[in-house]
Design a protein around this ligand. Sequence first.
Ligand code: C2E
Ligand code: MG
Ligand code: MG
Length: 424
Amino acid sequence: MPLIPNHLICLDALDEALREAAAQSRPLGICLLWLDSVYRIDALFGYRAGDTVCAQSLTHLKSILKEADQVFRVGRSEIACLLPTLSNETQAVLAAHKIIRTLGSQLTLDQYSVHSEPYVGVALFPAHGQGADTLLQRASSALREARIRKEPVFIYSNEADTATQLQLQLQTDLRHALDENVLTLNHQPQTDLRTGRVVGVEALSRWHSPLRGAVSPAIFIPAAEAAGLMHRLTVRVLNMALRELQELQPAAQDLSISINLSAHDLIQAELPALLTQALSTWGVPPEQVVMEITETAIMDDQRARATTLERLKEIGVQLAIDDFGTGYSSLARLKYLPVDELKIDVSFIRHMLHDIRDENIVRSIIDLAHHLKLRVVAEGVEDDATLQRLIDMGCDVAQGYFLSPPLPLEQCRSWLIKSGLDYR
Ligand code: C2E
Ligand code: MG
Ligand code: MG
């Protein structure tokens, strides 16, 4: 039983087993197992200890699987089990659950029990493919899905595989878009409801791909996070936003700019330094910048996030909680967070004239914000009646299609001039 990664030997054995299964018209199952404990033990106690746990797993597997089944260590933490004697496909799934039960509870290292949460991806011949390469790839795709969904066993699914490939293609295209610097910003004006004056703009990223057309940030922001591109995107947006604010704003004006941050940005220790640098490069006073963080990201109880927020605050920028009302705010935490603004989520504003519950939620958020001495912004204002109701309720600032959609720089400049902002 080899302990070195030997996927080639595994593929040869699979080839052979597939020939026999095809000749006898029998199904064949592949369970690809990922041992989280090996990965952790490698890091904590070294590779020899990781190998010990893996060898033990192989022994356990041999003892619970059938004589004709074969096991191969195909990666540092991955084991492939070939199950050639199935009478039906359900048996492969039962075997996968048996593997999880056994390896989840029986591993030890120096007499200590090793906590393990293994995952198994299952692919079946002939249902999911004919050749050894294809089947192992499908088992691997199923395993990836199992780990993403946090389900111990996942059976290969064509849709999941296609979705994964589409997502990877999107991430590749986005990487090129960042390399080629083709992302742009739109700016959506924000109006003070007491004076009727425009007081700020929100910078919103736009990606027009030659192949895909306009891709919504709701699609490409999560893709950037998944591909590890968020940091690059944020640094780009930060610099673009501050430069464009200077282009929008004559010296006499004190228009603010709101910039969105993702949850991922808050765990980047260098973010405050990058912000300081960008403010000095573009000559923007920190108090004119509002960093928006969604409620879900801000409430995540991670020390790193709270520290980043405090450091951003020390720089002198303002902080806003975006999409307020859609996450799970703890009022106890809200009291201590160094924020200046709550942005009421569009989902409450949209129906507030027709649904008394939404109206009450909006009223309560405005009261809450004012009692905490925070500014409150309504986003997604689409008609005059909603705007008037928000004015009656004492809301401070509004943003939405009724006032203006997000606009490219030049159009936003013209809009500001027309709107009567003292703009020269
Ligand atoms: P958000 O920050 O809450 O931005 C407001 C969204 O509401 C924008 O969607 C805007 O176009 C849309 N909106 C504006 N007025 C109205 C209205 O009257 N009705 C309705 N229904 N919607 C309105 P968009 O531009 O598609 O952005 C979606 C989300 O993507 C943003 O939500 C933000 O969370 C994220 N996002 C956009 N750009 C960036 C960025 O540069 N960085 C990060 N981290 N996130 C971004
Ligand atoms: Mg926002
Ligand atoms: Mg929002």
